[in-house]
Write a new protein. Structure first.
Ligand SMILES: [Mg+2]
Length: 356
């Protein structure tokens, strides 16, 4: 079938999933953990990739608090540059390369690739660079102790790591048509580190969301598919597998479906954008459908709402890339560290589609 005029070709859209993830991650990284008010006060607005920075007072002392709370400098502390991405893209790329190398889904290979990225960033004192979350690190340590990937996950904070890294599984689903298998592996891949049922469900929803967008799903169907997939894959909250936080992910995603045209500020007030998955993940989904026809404006908005900005940016950027192709400004794309490796991984998954 010939391409429609103005429609990006599919190879470009596969690339844009991974590059969009990196761009969102890069935009959000310097203000990770900051509140919206802190970004406005100290930075004004993030509108392009910037060098990580540290605020200092008149005496040269690092400013670690203001009237809104703590000020964190994860990216500057890690010595990152403007175009460097963090764990969100590192683990997304590891998953994409695992799929490309196996030409399919192999849980052991996925776990091995992800663990290798972590081990490579371990420092002599046991800490790691890259910004890996604590629950992810606990899961990786269990892999290192010899637990198989089906048993390495832990009951930790309900984090958003499964959602942030799962976009390549959606590409696999589009490339091969193996939708059910993809959703099953999205669940298994999330459980390599996270057992909280909301975290696991977020990875499955993200894989399906990428798949739907690559299939040109209309906006209303996209939003209703989120709720049906989330309901289907979110296990009930139990004492044994959910330690903290309130309510289900499904309820928050249903709020998005019922509030599609709400103001972004109202959505943020309701959902928040913290690293808790039931906060940041539905917020990123809300913004994607809200800015359906203005994806780059939406991405800048997402980051400037603060919270877990590198992750909300990465999740939104991958979705926006799947839907729209390489819509990001050329100058942003050029700055992405290791761009060729992202493009190569995307192309190799695309070849699974071309080979069908
Ligand atoms: Mg990160």
């Amino acid at each position: 079938m010939p391409n429609m005029p103005n429609m990006p070709d599919m190879r470009e859209r596969y690339r844009a999933v991974l590059v969009g993830c990196a761009i969102g991650d890069i935009l959000g990284k310097p203000v990770e953990g900051w509140k919206k008010e802190q970004i406005e006060k100290h930075v004004g607005r993030i509108t392009e990739p910037v060098e990580p920075f540290v605020l200092r007072d008149g005496n040269g002392k690092v400013v670690r608090h203001d009237e809104f709370g703590k000020l964190k400098y994860f990216a500057a502390d890690a010595g990152m540059k403007a175009g460097d991405y963090t764990d969100d893209t590192i683990l997304t790329l590891a998953l994409a390369e695992a799929i490309a190398e196996c030409k399919g889904l192999d849980l052991g290979h996925i776990a091995g690739k992800q663990l290798a990225e972590y081990v490579q960033r371990l420092l002599p004192d046991g800490r790691s660079t890259g910004g890996f979350g604590y629950t992810t690190i606990r899961g990786f340590r269990r892999l290192m102790e010899g637990f198989p990937p089906e048993k390495s996950g832990v009951v930790g904070a309900p984090g958003n790591a499964p959602a942030m890294k799962m976009s390549p599984v959606g590409m696999y689903m589009d490339a091969t048509g193996e939708c059910e298998k993809g959703l099953q592996y999205a669940g298994l891949t999330g459980r390599i580190t996270h057992l909280d049922p909301r975290s696991v469900a977020s990875g499955v929803v993200q894989a399906h969301a990428i798949y739907g967008l690559l299939q040109d799903i209309p906006r209303n169907d996209f939003v209703s598919s989120l709720t049906s997939v989330c309901r289907r894959y979110e296990m009930p909250l139990g004492r044994s597998n959910a330690r903290s936080g309130s309510g289900s992910l499904s309820e928050r995603v249903e709020w998005v479906a019922a509030s599609m045209d709400a103001e972004a500020a109202d959505a943020h007030r309701n959902l928040g954008s913290s690293s808790l998955v039931f906060s940041s993940y539905p917020f990123a989904l809300f913004m994607l459908q809200k800015y359906w026809d203005n994806p780059v404006e939406g991405l800048v908005e997402v980051v400037n709402f603060g919270g877990d900005t590198d992750t909300t940016g990465a999740i939104y950027g991958a979705l926006a890339g799947a839907k729209n192709g390489m819509v990001f400004p050329e100058s942003w794309i050029r700055q992405v560290s290791g761009l060729e490796r992202l493009v190569s991984a995307a192309d190799r998954i695309y070849e699974l589609k071309a080979g069908r």
